[in-house]
Design a protein around this ligand. Structure first.
Ligand SMILES: [Zn+2]
Length: 410
């Protein structure tokens, strides 16, 4: 296939994806004013529901603005030879393919981040602020960015350098070595993310002794779940939205509760949320997700190895000299329809897993506190109670609230 036809395929992929997303958002927005299902009448009072409607509409309009802007930016960049310009600049810095690639990606990432920062700033300090969610200070916002850059430079830069080095050394077989490194890295991050990365952004401490801890330990013992690490994280530093998650496995497994969750829910509700998380662990969802993400990475890297040596894939993004880094960008866009499909499958499985974890909590603890906790969490994040089924199918990793409540009541 020629580079020109590949160029048009890339443009078509970007435009078609934009049209699909925009149509889904539009369909979803048409459902905002649907009547609230009977089982969910008690989530909001009239005034709060009004507020949640405005929140959804504001986010919808803002999302449309940012996605349009980003499409136009990408199309403009592609057609005006932006990648060629950056590539030439990166080549003037060094002759080493690894350094050229690092400079190339650094410019693209920092450049696009600088362009999109005003949108992120507006979202946090205007939209989230107006609806009372935002607790982030401007200092936290910008230091988060700097820390993010630093992490990206060390981890992203390190992995990219290593992968290109494999390519220089092993040719198209690089994918096997790259896969091994990425798989080990994924495992390592799953085990030590909470220990190494979270402290860079948040304070976390062990859950203090008291009736909540006693209750949690009592439940854990009952279901035969050894839990030594329960942490509380200062999520309230950034937002009023609450959360809880599970990470690691074996001795490194730990439960992290947001301080906002502890403030918003009563003790039974917190244990119910925890029981749901334990359900994910007991039903092997954590291991399943880890293994499938590693297999998917292997599949992607293998496909990449088939295209990486075709100069057309590089040149389709407008550069004159083929290279690993340019081909990576071209491949990234050409691959996105496939990743849409794998994403769909993963979302579908994830929704199944949510029901299984809910059932586990229902059978080993109780349904009622889980229902009230889910309702409180939905209320506190002004969630959409009436999403469009097509939108749920494409985007939701969790079933909509009404489906979960119905399942828990069944
Ligand atoms: Zn879950």
């Amino acid at each position: 296939m020629t580079q020109t036809s590949l160029f048009y395929i890339i443009i078509a992929i970007l435009v078609i994806e934009f049209i699909i997303e925009t149509t889904l958002d539009h369909l979803n927005s048409k459902r905002y004013n649907d009547p609230i299902p009977n089982d969910l009448q008690d989530v909001f009072d009239a005034e709060e529901y009004q507020k949640s409607q405005e929140y959804k509409k504001t986010n919808y309009k803002f999302g449309l603005l940012t996605s349009t802007f980003s499409l136009l930016l990408t199309l403009g960049f592609l057609s005006l030879g932006g990648f060629e310009w950056i590539d030439t600049w990166a080549r003037s810095v060094s002759d080493n393919p690894i350094i050229i690639a690092l400079v190339f990606f650094a410019i693209i990432m920092i450049g696009s981040d600088l362009i999109t920062t005003p949108f992120g700033y507006y979202k946090t300090f205007v939209i989230e602020e107006r609806f009372g969610f935002n607790k982030t200070s401007k200092t936290t916002f910008f230091t988060d960015k700097l820390k993010g850059y630093l992490m990206m430079a060390i981890i992203g830069g390190g992995l990219t350098a290593l992968i290109i080095w494999f390519f220089e050394w092993a040719g198209t077989n690089f994918w096997v070595y790259a896969w091994a490194v990425v798989a080990i890295f994924t495992l390592f991050m799953n085990l030590f993310y909470s220990r190494l990365i979270v402290p860079l952004f948040n304070k976390q401490k062990s859950l203090e002794e008291g009736s909540l801890k006693t209750k949690i330990e009592g439940y854990a013992q009952k279901v035969g779940f050894e839990i030594r690490n329960i942490f509380v994280i200062d999520g309230s530093k950034r937002s009023t939205k609450a959360n809880a998650y599970f990470s690691g496995f074996g001795k490194e497994k730990r439960v992290t509760l947001y301080d906002t969750l502890i403030n918003d829910l009563d003790e039974d509700e917190i244990v119910a949320v925890l029981a749901h998380e334990v359900g994910h662990y007991k039903r092997h969802h954590i291991v399943f997700n880890l293994i499938s993400s590693i297999l998917l990475t292997g599949f992607t890297l293998f496909l990449l190895s088939l295209f990486i040596n075709s100069p057309e894939v590089s040149m389709a993004i407008g550069v004159s000299q083929p290279s690993f880094h340019a081909a990576l960008i071209g491949f990234g866009i050409l691959y996105s329809p496939i990743s849409e499909v794998t994403g769909l499958i993963m979302n579908y499985l994830s929704r199944k897993f949510e029901y299984q974890a809910d059932d586990f909590a229902k059978n080993t603890f109780a349904a009622k506190p889980l229902i009230t906790s889910l309702k409180k969490l939905s209320k506190n994040s002004l969630s959409n109670l009436t999403p469009h089924p097509a939108y749920v199918f494409m985007h939701f990793s969790h079933p909509p609230l009404i489906a979960r409540v119905k399942n828990l009541k069944a």
